[in-house]
Design a protein around this ligand. Structure first.
Ligand code: ADP
Length: 367
């Protein structure tokens, strides 16, 4: 059985080449018998004097005489020429068919291989999807637990800071402020992770009608520490913005991330200004967060919005998650986000379309 299987391709190959030999033989016979006789008939028709030259032409009738004459020994060279021409044409035709059949075999093999690969890929895809889901779930559980613990840490640090005895001790107060700040920062990162995971799972966030001014105030109000609040300003163009359809939590977190980055990654005297306006096209609201810090190295700009992008130019301890979250959240609203360096500092901008069509689609999902 194995030997038969192994010999099958060879036999097939052999059979095909033998068929080419048959093509040559039949082509030769066809040329000799049919084409040669036909040519005699045509010559006779063109020049009736040829018929006179043929022996027995009157007895056998002129047509038959021409055919019979083509088999006379003196016509052998001409017959051979016709035979060879017929053989050449038939061999060429046979060779062409042979090449086509080889091609067809190769394609069939290729198709079979592709089919097999597709099957394997489908299985791997399913495994990957299951793994990704499990991964996302784990991230969500962990992030949720972290969030609760961090809220506790931040809350207790705040409570302790409120106690007059402790607040008056400068060293203790500084340590508690630091604990509260770090807890707040970590909570932000955890929230980003949670929402990134949810967005990956549910696709699009649910939206509601929002006042742009209100959202900006809420985002800026999140920075309740006086040292921060004094450095964050609101522009005045946002007052002319129409209401917007967006997810309030996501929008606020995007703005908070941008403001917190501007504070975190620049010197203590940096000032931040947040604003919004209707874009030139009139079809989207353009949010901006501008700072007068050191700006962003041009080589880092293209990496900024990549998830976990590790760049040595990023600030030490950067998770590289905040801006990736902003990008995902803005794109979930069919918006765009980008960053540009200013003569002094940098400006992060993002758009949220005012388009009703998109907003309607988004209402299907809930985040
Ligand atoms: P993280 O906040 O954890 O550092 P992000 O994705 O938010 O992660 O930011 C990535 C990097 O982009 C930061 O580490 C920082 O180097 C740079 N960056 C972001 N915003 C600013 C800004 N306003 N000014 C200067 N650098 C910034």
């Amino acid at each position: 059985m194995i030997a038969a299987n192994a010999a099958a391709p060879f036999l097939k190959f052999h059979r095909r080449w033998r068929r080419l030999g048959w093509h040559a033989v039949t082509g030769f016979l066809f040329g000799y018998v049919v084409l040669h006789s036909l040519s005699m008939l045509i010559f006779q028709w063109l020049d009736p004097r040829m018929a006179e030259a043929m022996p027995n032409h009157r007895a056998a009738g002129s047509l038959l005489a021409a055919a019979v004459h083509s088999f006379q020994p003196d016509m052998l060279p001409m017959g051979l020429v016709f035979g060879l021409v017929g053989a050449a044409i038939a061999t060429f035709y046979g060779y062409h068919r042979l090449a086509v059949s080889f091609q067809r075999d190769r394609l069939a093999q290729e198709l079979a291989r592709n089919e097999k690969l597709r099957g394997e890929l489908a299985v791997q895809n399913e495994e990957l999807a299951a793994l990704e889901l499990a991964n996302r779930r784990t991230t969500q559980f962990m992030a949720h637990d972290f969030k609760t613990a961090l809220n506790c840490v931040g809350g207790f640090a705040g409570q302790l800071l409120a106690k007059p005895g402790l607040r008056d001790d400068r060293e203790v107060a500084e340590a508690l402020t630091c604990i509260r700040r770090q807890a707040h920062r970590m909570t932000g990162a955890v929230l980003d992770l949670l929402q990134l995971a949810r967005m990956g799972e549910k696709g699009k966030p649910s939206v509601q009608r929002l006042s742009v001014t209100e959202v900006l105030h809420e985002a800026v109000g999140d920075f309740s520490l006086p040292a921060h609040a004094a450095r964050i300003g609101l522009g005045d163009r946002h007052r002319r913005c129409p209401p917007l359809c967006a997810n309030r939590d996501l929008l606020r977190r995007v703005l908070c991330n941008l403001v917190s980055n501007a504070i975190k990654h620049n010197g203590p005297n940096t000032r931040v200004c947040v604003d919004a306006e209707v874009s030139e096209s009139g079809r989207e609201v353009l949010f901006s967060c501008r700072d007068d810090g050191a700006g962003i190295p041009p080589e880092v700009l293209p990496l900024l919005f990549r998830k976990f992008a590790p760049a040595k130019e990023f600030s030490h301890g950067s998770s590289g998650l905040g801006l990736a979250f902003c990008k995902a959240a803005v794109e979930a609203h069919w918006g765009r986000i980008w960053c540009e360096n200013l003569p002094q500092g940098s400006q992060f901008c993002f758009t949220i379309p005012l388009d009703k069509e998109h907003s309607h689609d988004q209402c299907i999902y809930d985040i």
